[in-house]
Write a protein that binds this ligand. Sequence first.
Ligand code: PHE
Length: 357
Amino acid sequence: MDDLRAKYIEAIAAAGDEATIEEVRLAAVGKKGEISLKMRELGKMTPEERQVAGPALNALKDEINAALTAKKAALADAALEERLKAEWLDVTLPVRPQRQGSIHPISQVMEEVTAIFADMGFSVAEGPQIESDWYNFDALNIPGHHPARAEMDTFYTHRAEGDDRPPHVLRTHTSPVQIRHMEKNGAPCRIIAPGRVYRSDYDQTHTPMFHQIEGLAIDKDISMANLKWVLEQFAAAFFEVDEVEVRFRASHFPFTEPSAEIDFRCSWVDGQLKLGEGDDWLEAGGSGMVHPKVLQAAGIDPALWQGFAFGLGIDRLAMLKYGIPDLRAFFESDLRWLRHYGFASLDVPTLHAGLSR
Ligand code: PHE
């Protein structure tokens, strides 16, 4: 018995890996192990012999098992120690340089939209964000009592004491650029005017500053049909699908006649927006044929010229294309948030990448 004990305790001590330990375990206390076989012989012994040999064998078995377990744990510890040594990281090393800045999603969408309309022959026009009420309202046939002119909806600047001229406004839409452009360049024209606009609004889908893109096409025989085609081409290109059905909903704007709300056919499945299919309609903006009074205000003869205008909300287009739930997030400038929503510009180098470095 002492020989057995010495033999296996030694073998366990000498074992250098898990496989060897397992071999020793099978040889000693496995089903056909030496100690197990000895225990089977207990039945053949006399009761006196058994009384001595039984407890001794059991104690030996326990001792061997305990030694096996201890050795296994020691081997595991050693293995972990090895790994820790091998996989050691110097956390004091300086971090690798990472690009921090990137083009803003709104700017990216403005560029995309501008490029699409450029392909259709539209050039870019601009106007001031602090606008006179003539360009923002009167020239666009918006009457004095129109709700858009209420202080509740519009930001007005202050005039000096005693100055009775109407105050300037933060433009409430990009439509004043229509007037400025026609006044300066006459007809015919095909322009888009992307830019910031301001209204006194703030909730999950409205911010006091947002972005629109104005479209204007004036010529001899431009019609609503041309408008529809242009919008269809735009929607398909922007949302990267073959075709998007455009629906006109009768509406009213003082500066267009007739006027139509623009809807794109879409589907919402599991919160996922798909353009060009399904039974839902996505409101994209306003449009219509430019009102004769507006042409007149801009110095263009409405007897000779006609055309369409439209205004699309850029922030919404960006939200929809990139699945952003809350418009306000645009203004938090949170890179983690932008990455979460997978803005390609954060991963793919753009024209602007590197400029900041
Ligand atoms: N200016 C309108 C708005 O901000 C949109 C629009 C533009 C409607 C051009 C018709 C023509 O709601």
